[in-house]
Design a protein around this ligand. Structure first.
Ligand SMILES: O=P(O)(O)OC[C@H]1O[C@](O)(CO)[C@@H](O)[C@@H]1O
Ligand SMILES: O=C[C@H](O)[C@H](O)COP(=O)(O)O
Length: 949
């Protein structure tokens, strides 16, 4: 039997004298608990120095905390407390188990600087106890004379105490006395004493390290004394321990303790500490095997633990040779050795051994803190030309209103006058500080990633709509997969072809499906979840839930259904963080971590930007606020098409920006429309409604785009440039753009956090789905105006051929309008190319801004702007057939993905028409790529001409 397990027969508990974030996250500590019967953990300042100072595991957390203006002390406490909490949670099942007596504890030591400071020790002990906030933490207090009253007081407060740095028997008696006195104080105060545990840590190897050289010196002198000294080499520590155990038995069978026992008190067990051997001549298990006995603990370093597991022998030996032990201690004075005096030296030396590494750790933390504070964020360069004056005027106006402070104080009157709007704004500002909150969740997420990989998962599919999946898309497309990450796909469409592609491409049984929905009521993610859950049930039966993870808000219905379906994990996000502002919450970070990205670092960059956008000072030179004011003012001046130019490596950033900006600002007939995916062109093809934003990398040559941007600037267009150092800076950009969007909304006097017009399409879709449920199919729509080459054209404008319909549709264009292509199709490279050709043609001939999106994705993004923003859109909707061999049935429903998607397209078309938008629906038939080529031919039949109006 594994000796670590066998040792339990002798009622000794093995604790680990080591902690480090890595072993918490990578499952090592859990494995030791499960497989090696590990029953507790102790830490000390030297251990934390090794963990924090000796690795870069904590660096991004250190910098994040520094950016939150934490002091060095606060940073140390936050890191240590987080690790101790995590370890406490891993031991919690053991701690709570019915047959547990005194185990499952994790110790956290007060600062070694307080070794002679009673009041300071009590204050810090109480503070740590509250900060860790776990019943199975032990506060470690040194057994100095000043420590003794603190031990009594902390015990009296009901706190578990690990008394450390005990070297001598006299002091040990005082320690036990302080423990009993603390319990008696509680009894006197009428407080319970049945859930308080304490251990007395008797330090061993350090005794021999000090005594052996003295004994060896005497031994070398020879004679009788020399012989006696020789017989004692390597014996004093074990003799002290054995004698201490005798004292333990005496005290804890005496009347004083028995009176307390009657009220439920446990004994203060002896804990053998400093049991890692330091003398190469001794057996490495000297301070383990010889000290096995009932009601004791041995805290061992990792190396000793592993040696014991490999070759240790478990036997009750603590009470062997008790007489000899007594004799060793009795005869020491004959050699002129005063053990009690030497233990005082050990105590002072012990304090030094902890103070030195602790000082070193604090110095290195301080240095990292300073470095974090001096690091700056990537600036945005605003070249606003003739608009600068209007922007400056608004900046001054905002400064006069003390806008920066009001913004951070969530003063909703900065946005809208009505009380309901203001209430909604206040309740959706959680994103402002979510990055800080998430720093604390990084270890939890990283441990989850470890678990998922250990369980054998090979792929991740993130499923959701809009804000619940946009950030994962950006992470996937802008970063290469992290070394330890899993390949990831994102599903955000009901298109059966796409669902099928994903289902066929991934190893289903080894795929982790993340269903991400803030509300938990969005129809698409629920359908995705049901579909894949059903597929997994066919493979794994009742175990299907193991492959599913939910990210949702607390209290959503989805929490209940995911729990019922046995989901592996449910991450509860924050109700005060809206979907499109959730990139830096669980919605963005869980997928990012699974993809192998350094989420601590992403958060650090975000917090750096958060600090730069901080609550004090002027609006100008504040990276988020200044950008927001500029964009808002430009939009008011007709420069409302925010045209994003990016290198290929950032092509999907536009999807995220589109949703954030369009869904936040596109309402009440106002708004800013992001234009993504239009290649940069010469000034002549653009109208006067553009503001160009270039987001790229400092070191990535993107000469073609940069030259074009310069020409656009020279031609009088406002141009904004942001040059990042590396993809991790996207953490900062998420935050900058969230702030800018919220601030631009204040300029436009709208509520950035609602999406009132998205509902119109959902409602229309819902009524169509009712018809489907009743009649088995969607209602017949209007007849097409024209059908040509199998492609049908539906529009309010007339024409007797495809070319005529298309041309008269575009004849409605006015300056400042935009084209929106809505592709309810299965995405493909060929379709992307044709859609781009169509956009380019319209841009060149009509100088319109053009946008394009796959449906239904865009419904949860720019869809709000289409209906709520200004009436400037020309909407071309493309639909296709979903032949039976491609379409997919939805389990438990009377309709398929294809029907659902058709209903969404028809519902949105209905909504657009209800808002009197100019629409053209083109049904491409069974072969969408071929159908679209036909449309292009119709378009190219003659040059487009806009109306003269
Ligand atoms: O996360 P949920 O609640 O499923 O919502 C998805 C998306 O739908 C919207 O509410 C719009 O329909 C977005 O704002 C949101 O990001
Ligand atoms: O809790 C115990 C101490 O952390 C530890 O055992 C000290 O051991 P050392 O003497 O090896 O530093």
């Amino acid at each position: 039997m594994n000796p670590l397990v066998a040792i339990r027969e002798f009622d000794q508990s093995i604790w680990l004298d080591f902690i480090r974030r890595q072993i918490l996250i990578n499952g090592e500590l859990q494995r030791r608990i499960t497989d090696e019967a590990l029953r507790g953990v102790t830490s000390n300042p030297a251990i934390f120095e090794k963990a924090i100072g000796g690795s870069d595991d904590y660096d991004s957390a250190i910098r994040s905390l520094a950016l939150q203006n934490k002091t060095t002390d606060e940073i140390y406490t936050a890191l240590a407390v987080a690790d101790v909490q995590h370890a406490c949670d891993l031991f919690r099942p053991l701690y709570d188990s019915a047959d547990n007596v005194g185990d499952g504890y994790v110790s956290l030591e007060v600062s070694p600087a307080l070794v002679n400071d009673t009041a300071g020790t009590i204050e810090e002990g109480l503070r740590f106890w509250q900060a860790v906030n776990r019943p199975n933490v032990m506060i470690k207090v040194p057994a100095t004379l000043e420590g003794l009253p603190a031990i009594r007081r902390l015990i009296a407060e009901g706190i578990n105490v690990n008394v450390t740095l005990i070297f001598g028997l006299e002091r040990y008696r005082l320690v036990a006395d302080a423990f009993l006195a603390g319990l008696e104080d509680r009894v006197q105060a009428g407080l319970p004493i049945d859930h308080i545990d304490s251990v007395a840590s008797f330090f061993l190897s350090r005794i021999d390290v000090l005594l052996d050289p003295l004994l060896e010196k005497l031994a070398a002198e020879g004679g009788e004394k020399g012989a006696l000294a020789q017989s004692m080499v390597g014996e004093v520590a074990l003799a002290s321990a054995k004698q201490a155990y005798q004292i333990y038995q005496e005290i804890f069978s005496g009347p004083r303790y028995l009176a307390l026992k009657a009220q439920g008190a446990a004994t203060q067990r002896l804990l053998w500490a400093s049991t890692g051997n330091k003398n190469p001549n001794y057996d490495d298990l000297k301070y383990v095997e010889n000290l096995i006995g009932p009601k004791t603990v041995n805290t061992v370093p990792v190396e000793t633990l592993d040696i014991f597991r490999a070759r240790g022998i478990s036997a009750h030996r603590l009470e062997d040779g008790v007489d000899k032990a007594r004799e060793v201690l009795r005869r020491l004075p004959e050699l002129g050795i005063d053990l009690e005096e030497l233990t005082n030296h050990l105590e002072m030396d012990g304090a030094r051994k902890f103070n030195e590494p602790f000082g070193k750790l604090m110095a290195s933390l301080d240095q990292k803190r300073q470095q974090a504070l001096t690091a700056t964020v990537v600036p945005a360069t605003l070249s606003l030309g003739r608009y600068q004056a209007a922007v400056d005027a608004r900046l001054q106006q905002f400064n006069a209103r003390n806008f920066t402070t009001g913004f951070w104080n969530k003063e909703a009157s900065l946005w809208v006058p009505d009380a309901a709007g203001q209430q909604s704004i206040r309740s959706f500002m959680g994103w402002l500080r979510v990055a800080e909150t998430m720093v604390g969740a990084v270890p939890e997420i990283e441990q989850f990633v470890h678990e998922v990989k250990a369980a054998g998962f090979k792929h991740v599919v993130v499923m959701g709509m809009g804000g619940s999946t946009m950030a994962p898309i950006v992470f996937k497309e802008s970063f290469t997969k992290g070394e330890n990450g899993l390949p990831m796909s994102v599903l955000d469409t009901t298109d059966p072809g796409t669902v099928r592609q994903i289902a066929d491409a991934v190893p289903l049984a080894e795929t982790l499906f993340i269903v991400a929905s803030k509300s938990g009521t969005t129809a698409e993610p629920l359908a995705f979840g049901d579909y894949f859950y059903d597929r997994l049930r066919q493979i794994k039966g009742d175990k299907a839930g193991e492959n599913f993870v939910a990210i949702t808000d607390p209290g959503s219905q989805f929490v209940t259904s995911a729990t019922e379906q046995g989901y592996r994990r449910i991450f509860l996000n924050f109700s005060e963080v809206g979907g499109r502002f959730s990139a830096l919450s669980y919605f963005g970070l869980v997928p990012a971590a699974l993809y192998g990205l350094n989420i601590g670092e992403i958060l650090e960059r975000a917090i750096r930007m958060m600090r730069a956008c901080g609550a004090y000072g002027a609006v100008d030179h504040n990276p988020g606020l200044e950008l927001g004011v500029a964009l808002g003012v430009l939009a008011q001046q007709g420069r409302d098409k925010l045209t994003l130019i990016v290198p290929d490596s950032l092509s999907d950033l536009g999807l995220w920006l589109e949703q954030l900006i369009a869904e936040s600002t596109g309402k009440e007939g106002k708004g800013m429309l992001p234009i993504a995916g239009e290649p940069a062109r010469e000034p002549a093809v653009y109208g006067q409604d553009r503001v160009f934003v270039y987001v790229g990398y400092q070191n990535e040559a993107d000469a073609a785009n940069q030259t074009k941007i310069q020409a656009l600037e020279a031609a009088g267009h406002p141009v904004i440039r942001i040059l990042m150092d590396e993809p991790l800076d996207l953490g900062a950009e998420f935050f900058r753009w969230e702030v800018a969007t919220a601030v631009a909304s204040a300029v436009l006097e709208i509520n950035p956090f609602d999406q009132p017009n998205v509902q119109a399409a959902k409602t229309a879709t819902d009524s169509l789905m009712k018809v489907v449920q009743e009649k088995g199919r969607l209602p017949e729509g209007d007849a097409p105006k024209v059908t040509e080459n199998g492609v049908a054209y539906y529009s309010a404008v007339g024409g007797s051929s495809a070319a005529e319909v298309v041309h008269s549709f575009f004849a409605q264009a006015r300056p400042g309008d935009f084209l929106n292509l809505q592709a309810y199709l299965t995405e493909s490279a060929a379709l992307n190319e044709s859609l781009l050709t169509l956009r380019t043609q319209v841009q060149e001939q009509l100088h319109l801004a053009t946008t394009s999106g796959y449906g239904p994705r865009f419904l949860h993004s720019t869809g709000q702007y289409h209906k709520g923003g200004p009436d400037q859109g020309l909407f071309v909707q493309f639909t296709m057939d979903h032949p039976q061999h491609v379409d997919l049935a939805l389990p438990g429903r009377s309709y398929s993905f294809g029907t659902f998607k058709n209903a969404q397209a028809a519902g949105d078309l209905q909504a657009l028409r209800d808002y009197n938008r100019r629409t053209l629906r083109i049904h491409l038939g069974a072969d969408a790529e071929q159908g679209l080529r036909t449309v292009l031919a119709a378009l190219q039949a003659a040059p487009l001409a806009a109306s003269k109006a």
